[in-house]
Design a protein around this ligand. Structure first.
Ligand code: FES
Length: 120
């Protein structure tokens, strides 16, 4: 069952930008697609760059590190990349606020940060 939670003022989500919010301890990316909010994992599935530093063009978010592109409508990665698609979460506008489905995030949590070996 959906559990939509208030995460951000709609006015704080400018077109062409990615904004991150924390929901139940998970960092979620938000961007506008045709005026509607899209919620997705905030770290790139390729090498875990923060998509917060990326840009949104058309229906895609562009990763700032190696420039893979992910469709914000489907999560699909651009051609030529052998990485997982971007995890998407239901989001909606409620008045002048953005809400994200926390239950969907719990069911399919975003990928964590890149694991780095620690030999100490
Ligand atoms: S980290 Fe995003 S394309 Fe490599």
């Amino acid at each position: 069952m959906a559990d939509f939670r208030d995460v951000l003022a709609l006015a704080a989500l400018p077109a062409g930008k990615v904004v991150t919010v924390t929901l139940d301890g998970h960092v979620i990316g938000l961007a506008l697609l045709d005026g509607m909010p899209r919620a997705f994992q905030s770290l790139c599935p390729h090498d875990k760059a923060s998509l917060k530093d990326g840009r949104v063009e058309g229906c895609e978010v562009h990763c700032p590190r190696h420039f893979a592109r992910f469709d914000l409508g489907t999560g699909r990665v651009s051609a030529g990349w052998r990485v997982n698609d971007l995890k998407l979460y239901p989001a909606r506008i409620a008045g002048d606020r953005v809400e994200v489905d926390a239950e969907a995030v719990r069911q399919n949590p975003p990928d964590g940060a890149k694991k780095v070996w620690d030999f100490t």
